[in-house]
Ligand binder design. Structure first.
Ligand code: AMP
Length: 420
């Protein structure tokens, strides 16, 4: 063991489990790529103000959970706690929205950082795959994104997830609702912090998970009863499109999510096998965000799915992903001459697209065969002096134990045939 440990709230991804994480990222990205989203990668840190303005001054993410640092030049930076603000910043900076092809559709995959109280499913470093459609107000686009996320979970084999859906209204109808909610909340028995929140962002009080707060919210006014006609019609279309696509959802009139920028469509995917950290992904429409960070009006919608929690959800459901074999052929040389001959064969196999590995370090036969079995390879390729004198190597099927000589120059074709 080294003198160091991974920092609190973080963990290392190591083989063989790390292969599952890669497969999950791939499975989420695949439907999004097929839908015309292009890959975007932004820095791991940004100007801190991008998040305080973009994510919201009153959110836990900004007030309590950002990892911030000051550069030697005095610039205040923050490790990114989420992806949307950065992706929108990048799109605006590159003028992607001016290329005359709206919406700009982008997807991303990467590490995010929040100074949270660590527990199962909640870490200080975690991984998300996200998708954003920037610059169009169209219920079909909201539906597209939700369908893509749902299809990704299904493609992975998940079944026990639910989609919670709400509309948060827009600048027409939300102000009146906000006032009605504030009036209601001011009559409740709440602590100092929560009272302050009533002034800054009353909707977030609905999201308070504490029983002492939830028990008082039974009669709270709900946004669903305050939506303007335009928001109502928009939301109804999204619901119809989801139903038509066979995507089941539950109306959740108290769903607000922990970020301030959402308008209209808001959704969260929860998994029932995960205990208290049940949200596996979420997103919504953020029509005002571009203006909040100094851009033009660009109505947009997006989501981020948590890779760590999706892996936990797979485990909870007992889903084993069909992962490609890490190694198809494992070479076991006996003697110096065989080391060279099989090293040449392994290189040729790899160049032909076959996953091949080698018993390095001059291991004895017994140890090398143990490594071959541990590698999960389908075949061992074994050769000693006598084999080489005959111009062959022994190809051993590790599942059946069957073994036979193969001429050295035919190894690639024979292995490819037998793997097919
Ligand atoms: P959010 O931006 O908070 O809606 O997060 C989107 C998704 O990222 C969530 O549904 C989680 O799956 C995942 N996520 C957020 N925070 C964490 C965390 N601290 N640890 C692990 N996963 C997280």
């Amino acid at each position: 063991m080294s003198a160091f440990q991974a920092p609190k709230g973080t963990y290392d991804l190591l083989p063989p489990d790390s292969a599952t994480y890669l497969a999950v990222r791939e499975a989420i990205a695949a439907p999004v790529r097929r839908a015309g989203y292009g890959y975007v990668e932004t820095p791991g840190f940004e100007n801190v103000e991008l998040f305080s303005r973009g994510v919201g001054e009153s959110t836990d993410i900004v007030t309590k959970e950002m990892f911030t640092l000051t550069t030697k030049g005095g610039t205040e930076l923050a490790l990114r706690p989420e992806g949307t603000a950065s992706v929108l910043r990048a799109a605006l900076q590159a003028n992607l929205h001016k290329a005359g092809n709206l919406p700009v559709k982008l997807w991303y995959s990467g590490s995010y950082y929040r100074y949270e109280r660590p527990q199962a499913g909640r870490y200080r470093h975690f991984s998300q795959v996200g998708a954003e459609a920037i610059g169009a107000e169209d219920p079909l686009l909201d539906a597209e994104l939700i369908i893509l996320a749902s299809d990704a979970y299904r493609a992975l084999g998940l079944r026990d997830f639910r989609l919670l859906l709400n509309s948060l209204g827009d600048r027409e109808c939300r102000p009146a609702y906000r006032t009605a909610l504030q009036d209601f909340l001011r009559g409740l028995d709440l602590d100092e912090d929560t009272r302050r929140r009533i002034d800054i962002n009353p909707l977030r009080v609905l999201d308070d998970k504490r029983e002492s707060v939830q028990s008082q919210l039974a009669g709270a006014p709900l946004i669903a009863d305050h939506l303007c006609e335009a928001c109502k019609a928009y939301h109804e279309q999204v619901r119809e499109l989801l139903t038509a696509a066979g995507v089941a959802y539950e109306d959740d009139p108290k769903l607000v999510r922990g970020l301030d920028y959402y308008t209209r469509t808001t959704f969260e995917f929860v998994h029932d096998g995960l205990g208290s950290q049940s949200a596996v992904g979420g997103g919504g429409r953020y029509d005002g965000l571009s203006e909040m960070i100094g851009g033009p009006s660009l109505p947009s919608v997006g989501w981020a799915l948590g890779v760590d929690r999706t892996v936990l959800a797979l485990q909870a459901e007992g889903v084993e992903l069909a992962l490609p074999a890490a190694t198809d052929v494992y070479a076991v040389p006996l003697g110096e001459e065989a080391r060279r001959a099989l090293f040449t064969a392994v290189t040729a196999l790899r160049r032909a697209g076959v996953a091949a590995d080698f018993a390095f370090g001059g291991k004895g036969m017994k140890n090398a065969m143990k490594s071959a079995n541990r590698s999960g390879a389908r075949f061992a390729l074994v050769a000693g002096e006598r084999d080489l004198a005959e111009g062959v190597a022994q190809l051993k099927d590790l599942a059946t134990g069957e073994q036979g000589p193969v001429p050295l120059e035919e190894i690639v074709t024979t292995v490819k045939e037998r793997l097919a």
